[in-house]
Design a protein around this ligand. Structure first.
Ligand code: AMP
Length: 224
């Protein structure tokens, strides 16, 4: 059966890193609305043109745009394997819409995992992060530098990307948005017993282990 989970947490909590690991372990597909929006900005689609300034300022893009984006994405065949929602929902209306969208497909949300991290750590984590332009592998100046300077460990690529919104001023605004608009989702899920919290301050492997303990053993056929 397809399992759908949400990773909740402030920017820099490690949602993207863990979503990629869970994708490998469990076989569901990572649905990162931040990645989808950045792709739309790069392709200069209508959505991308509307979203760019909002994202650069660290604000949230309109619910209506995000909900339509996720609805379309859930239509694609790979989403039938189940999804790891990374960066969605970010508001209560988005959470309600996700319930409706999944119910409409005869499915539901199985688990919501909150990754809790201290604010001070978030700014340091975000400020130094960068990804390989070719394969998307994630690195960090202080916590996870490339083994050889300027060369991606995973694919040997030599070009890297730093997100435009990963600067100190925008990070502060993104955190404010998180506490004002996204944190209110926590009681929404807690009320129905779907919420579990993990310590996002632990090292990456320990966080993966903690999440795997919540989700249970991965199906044998999707473990690689
Ligand atoms: P992320 O990569 O998840 O940190 O998202 C980067 C930016 O994209 C956010 O700061 C928002 O501007 C926008 N964004 C991503 N997901 C959402 C969402 N579910 N709702 C509103 N805005 C979003």
């Amino acid at each position: 059966m397809a399992v759908n989970i949400v990773l909740l947490g402030p920017p820099g909590a490690g949602k993207g890193t863990q979503a990629k690991r869970l994708e490998q372990l469990y076989g569901m597909v990572q649905l990162s609305t931040g990645d989808m929006l950045r792709a739309a900005v790069a392709a200069e689609t209508q959505v991308g043109l509307r979203a760019k300034a909002v994202m650069d300022a660290g604000n949230l893009v309109d619910d209506e745009i995000l909900i339509a984006m996720i609805a379309d994405r859930l239509e694609q065949p790979d989403a039938k394997r189940g999804a790891i929602f990374d960066g969605f929902p970010r508001t209560v209306p988005q959470a309600e819409a996700l319930d409706r969208l999944l119910a409409h497909r005869g499915s539901r949300l199985h688990q919501v995992i909150e990754m809790r991290v201290d604010d001070d750590a978030l700014v340091a984590r975000i400020a130094g992060r960068f990804t390989c332009k070719s394969c998307g592998a994630g690195f960090h100046d202080a916590f996870k530098p490339t083994k050889q300077a300027g060369i991606c460990d995973a694919c040997g690529g030599r070009e890297f990307i730093r997100r435009a919104d990963d600067n100190a001023a925008t990070v502060k605004k993104r955190l404010t948005e998180y506490y004002a608009k996204t944190a209110p989702i926590l009681p929404y899920y807690r009320a129905r017993g779907a919420l579990k919290t993990v310590n996002g301050m632990a090292d990456m492997d320990a966080v993966t282990t903690a999440i795997a303990e919540i989700l249970g053993p991965p199906p044998a056929e999707s473990t690689h």
